[in-house]
Ligand binder design. Structure first.
Ligand code: S3P
Length: 434
């Protein structure tokens, strides 16, 4: 796909429901003692894998519309052992959270993933789940996983890596454990699981650096509305921040404070951000975010901030390439174990189109040059965040970008190019069909 440069971006858009919350709504809904109606579901390859996983476990899911579902479940211990392995596709969130749930179910379960998911670290969830009493087998620390659930006991667990997925796996297993399970998190990570479980009636105790959950007898969500995905809004917001003259609003976006570190860093860099219509959607803060272009200056991002913008760091790198002065991101080693090694992939792809960026062990350094990047070829490497980065690099470049592997956006945001086209109708060119 060819992505041409645009003079500016202007307008109003909305993005589909949050991927993290969509996974959780289906998974927690599958443990409820009745019906859960989900609206604003963020449909994507990842979240469809979660619906299929729930179905394989005996949960009925009615899809009324692209973003409305009803989940019919039969309680905390109502999942049944499927005869085939459950395919988690590319979805790390599904594999890790589902492992926490299956640890508490009677039966033997096998979880498999695609090539990328099968090289991502799984010992990080296997180890605490074993400590709770489940049998969890990995292949050298990787998928496929085999889980034999059973009677679990509560643990106190300090996260060795700041990961919402690991925290969530332990909390979900904690629903099935005798006593109070506590997860200590030295650095705060996204708290969608805590919010949703609380809403479903679980006893959740939150402290600044830890969260506890009591073993539960029943859960009920009834209805849950999911706000727009901040991570899907981010490409448009960054485009508006860096293309001179732009002004753009993304409506109905989730603004959980543990997800919007990108806005804080961009504001520090001089971005002009305004938030309107603040409200709660499904127990999560949400609002309309307006971004206007401005001259940016480099910033320094610390390890403590990283979990708050982990999935947006590739886009921050692009903004930093066009800022005045240097940007340094530290403590982001987790980027190396995402859908691709996002330190290597972001650095190599941005360098190819003219960015002055270099990798460090646990992050990157950028020497900003306040003009558009030259442009050239960007390869998504099958990573959805890289595909969106490449498209935004294209619209903000001098010569445009030849984007290889654009379809990777389907992992989290299949309609990404349609939304981008609403803003910049003439910038996207597909190769002629052969
Ligand atoms: C997610 C947590 C983060 C994030 C991922 C989604 C979640 O991963 O990068 O895209 O939904 O809990 P880690 O928990 O591995 O940091």
């Amino acid at each position: 796909m060819r992505v041409d440069p645009v003079p500016m971006l202007e307008g109003h858009v909305a993005v589909p429901g949050d991927k993290s919350i969509s996974h959780r709504a289906v998974l927690v809904g599958s443990l409820c003692g009745g019906e859960t109606r989900v609206s604003g579901f963020g449909r994507s390859a990842d979240t469809e894998a979660t619906i299929e996983a729930a179905r394989m476990l005996g949960v009925e899911v009615d899809e009324h519309d692209v973003d409305t579902l009803t989940i019919h479940a039969s309680g905390l211990s109502g999942l049944r052992e499927p005869s085939d392995p459950i395919d988690c596709g590319n979805a790390g969130t599904l594999m890790r959270l589902l492992a926490g749930i299956l640890a508490g179910q009677a039966g033997r379960f096998e979880l498999a993933g695609d090539e990328s998911l099968s090289v991502r670290p799984m010992e990080r969830i296997a180890e605490p789940l074993r400590r709770m009493g489940a049998l969890v087998e990995t292949v050298d620390g990787h998928a496929p996983l085999v889980i034999e659930g059973g009677a679990l006991s509560a643990i106190d667990y300090e996260l060795p890596v700041p990961s919402a997925q690991v925290k969530s796996a332990v909390l979900l297993a904690g629903l099935f454990a005798e006593g109070k399970t506590t997860v200590v998190e030295p650095l705060p990570t996204r708290d969608h699981t805590e919010r949703l479980l609380e809403r479903a009636g679980a006893r959740v105790t939150r402290r600044p650096k830890s969260v506890s959950i009591d073993g539960a007898e029943e859960l009920a969500l009834d209805e849950i509305e999911i706000p727009g995905d901040f991570s899907s809004a981010a490409p448009f917001l960054v485009a508006a921040a860096i293309v001179p003259g732009s002004a753009l609003t993304v409506h109905g976006v989730g603004l959980n404070p543990r997800r919007i570190g990108l806005l804080d860093v961009l504001e520090r860099m001089g971005a002009r951000v305004a938030i309107y219509n603040r409200r709660l959607v499904g127990g999560e803060p949400a609002g309309d975010v307006e971004m206007r272009a401005s001259e940016l200056v480099g910033a320094s991002v610390s390890a403590a901030e990283v979990p708050l913008l982990i999935d947006e760091l590739p886009l921050l790198a692009l903004a930093a390439c066009q800022a005045h002065g240097d940007t340094v991101v530290r403590g982001a080693g987790e980027l190396r174990v995402k859908e691709s090694d996002r330190i290597e992939s972001v650095v190599e792809e941005l360098r190819r189109i003219g960015g002055h960026i270099r990798a460090t062990r646990d992050g990157f350094r950028v020497r900003g040059v306040p003009t558009r990047l030259r442009g050239g070829i960007v390869d998504s490497r099958g990573d959805h965040r890289l595909a969106m980065l490449g498209a935004i690099a294209g619209v903000s470049s001098q010569e445009g970008v030849e984007l290889r592997g654009p379809d990777a956006v389907g992992t989290s945001f299949p309609g990404f190019f349609e939304v981008l086209r609403q803003l910049v109708p003439d910038a996207l060119h597909y190769p002629p069909a052969t």
